[in-house]
Design a protein around this ligand. Sequence first.
Ligand code: PMP
Length: 362
Amino acid sequence: MADRAYNFNAGPAALPLEVLRQAQEQFVDFGGTGMSLMEMSHRGKVYESVHYETEKLLRELAGIPDHYKVLFLQGGASTQFAMVPMNLGAPGKVAAYVHTGAWAAKAIKEAKLFGETAIAASTEADAFMRIPSSGELNIPDNAAYLHVTSNETIGGVQWKEYPDTGSVPLVADMSSDILCRPLNVAQFGLIYAGAQKNLGPSGVTIVIIREDLIGQPAGTVPTMLQYATHAKSGSLYNTPPTFGIYMINLVLKWLQGQGGAAAMERINREKADILYREIDESGGFYRGCAEPGSRSLMNVTFRMADEELEKRFVKESEEAGFVGLKGHRDVGGLRASIYNAVPLESVQALASFMREFKRRNG
Ligand code: PMP
């Protein structure tokens, strides 16, 4: 750890040190080719083997069935907010959404550009501090799909169990929690995630889509924004983000070395428990934002008595080597993002800092 910061950034976020070192080692000369991977044709054998190996690793780690396609796209998860309704919407159907906070709101706003939408449930009345129960969902009969945000990165709430939507395809934005725990892909019609939190650097967005949903879109959709274009070409229709995909490859191998998604979940629970315990046992000095049953394993959000104290916490934490603890500008407060690659030692160091800060200011 020596000169590494305690990195709690929300995304782009901490990457495994091992991965950074490997990338550094291979940066100038990839596997004796005399070139960086970044300097190679995406149609060449060397890059292609990295590309398809990355897909294979993701299939293994996420348990992706054969009748799903894996796509590596650009434009961030924000472009998926539009691609989902453009491709999955149909005349006479409504796009249904669960409104759980800031990221769900952005997805809904975009879907409204393309047709009728319905809010199947909203937790706005509870300031988005919880995930609705299945019983609260009201899915229209003519829903084209139901969209959920599996982890609200800003609010710090996370789905524990996904709803059974019957024949309505379930679509999930897993940008901030993909592979933080085992996943049953068969429950979903489509999953998407920007890579920059749990999978690698920014610039790549992963889409996992059930083959029967990759039809010809109903409206006029630009070629680059059709899932079919990328599914048919193995995400090589145009130049893919080669370096980002290579970094995902290294992160997935690291994840495999950790024991896969099940082992990752155990470690993530241990990390999250340390911080939530620190909050809960602080006698009200720290106050967790999310309702306990909806607490995120990835983004621990909390507040203190007043903003002055929160400012002091941020300032002093920065002086002590902690990065990224200030809450999102829209909601304030504090947030520790503890994605897969954030080491247990960083979390332990933060818990000690929190205790010490409370002792001095409580
Ligand atoms: N969804 C969620 C849950 C996110 O956390 C983010 C980014 N923080 C996005 C979507 C948007 O991702 P991008 O910046 O890759 O467009």
